[in-house]
Design a protein around this ligand. Sequence first.
Ligand code: NDP
Ligand code: GDR
Length: 357
Amino acid sequence: MQKQKRALITGITGQDGSYLSEFLLEQGYEVHGIIRRTSTFNTDRIDHIYEDPHQKGAQLFLHYGDLTDGTTLRRILEEVQPIEIYNLGSQSHVRVSFDSPEYTVDSVGMGTLRLLEAIRDYQHRTGIQVRFYQAGSSEMFGFVQEVPQKETTPFYPRSPYACAKVYAHWQTINYRESYGLFACNGILFNHESPRRGETFVTRKITRAIARIVAGKQKVLYLGNLDAKRDWGYAKDYVRAMWMMLQHPHADDYVIATGETHSVKEFLDLAFSYVNLDWQRYVEFDDRYLRPAEVDLLIGDSTKAQQQLGWKPLITFEQLVALMVEADLRAIGQTSPNCSGTYAIEDIATIRHEMISS
Ligand code: NDP
Ligand code: GDR
């Protein structure tokens, strides 16, 4: 009988960690996640898949740990004995990384190094071959040097977060080349969902729309509306992470939709979904500006499409609608009749995704 595959995820309580856990459980994996001790539970995104570990047949297990604590990482590796490790844990907010640069670099950059070192020793001692996924970011491209950005585009990071991700990227390659570790860098462009953290711009907008519709909010304060991002759907992107680790060779891949939209365009589409004009509600607040901005991101994922057979399934329009719908429902509001803006098949896809969003 084939042995059950066991995966370890850092950042399991985050947006991607929760979708990846669901995906791996569906694939028949036993899933282990590292969570941080907090004064109140913050496992909302995975509560629906968590089972009491005392229950026979439980497939999801949580372990206390932190990427800033190398000893614990080593202990968890020994205990879990995973064959796939997904390093998704990070202080992932770009604006916040300017306020807390040391902590950001410690968790994102040094945290990755700690994990890689722990894996190197673990592999050496046990002979178990591990496959490692590093959550790289389009923020590493930063200042625009080439459009669209692909695997060969030079990095020009513009924040403490992005600098730390570049460090983690190169360390991952270094462990692949120096020690033969099966280690992949995903260079993922922005990806969103109803589970996106509330302070990232897309979710901040869709959540505000629901609150405006419910009469609970009048103004939405935002920063730079001209920045352009290549926004995809998180569920499509976690599938790509897994596909990288199933490929015969470890490599680095850009994961993106190949479309770019400004924050203004996101606002236009999201507010039009509830028949409102965003210009009546949005005000500027310079607190949300960054000391250095990334103006334009658009990715070329040809390599992933050709070598992994990956492609995004949800369009930008569907993503925006999905997020607005989910926030409306969460606040007890019904969705409007939006068939004017959206085709019937869009609505069908959105409703289907809502079931598991
Ligand atoms: P989230 O911010 O939603 O989740 C981050 C996760 O990391 C949370 O589980 C958080 O735990 C955990 N974490 C934070 N600090 C530490 C630490 N010191 N030790 C261990 N865990 C920690 O991020 P996403 O799910 O959106 O992103 C997943 C990864 O992908 C991140 O590394 C991010 O930088 C990267 N990425 C994300 C993109 C996106 O568009 N979403 C694009 C490209 C890369 P807690 O819940 O306790 O805070
Ligand atoms: P980003 O995402 O920085 O691209 O990083 P975010 O949603 O924070 O910003 C996108 C763009 O919107 C502009 N913006 C605002 N952003 C926020 N958060 N809040 C605002 O009020 C606001 N107003 C305008 C920003 O200036 C920016 O240009 C995300 C994170 O998930 C990273 O971890 C990941 O690596 C990258 O995506 C790819």
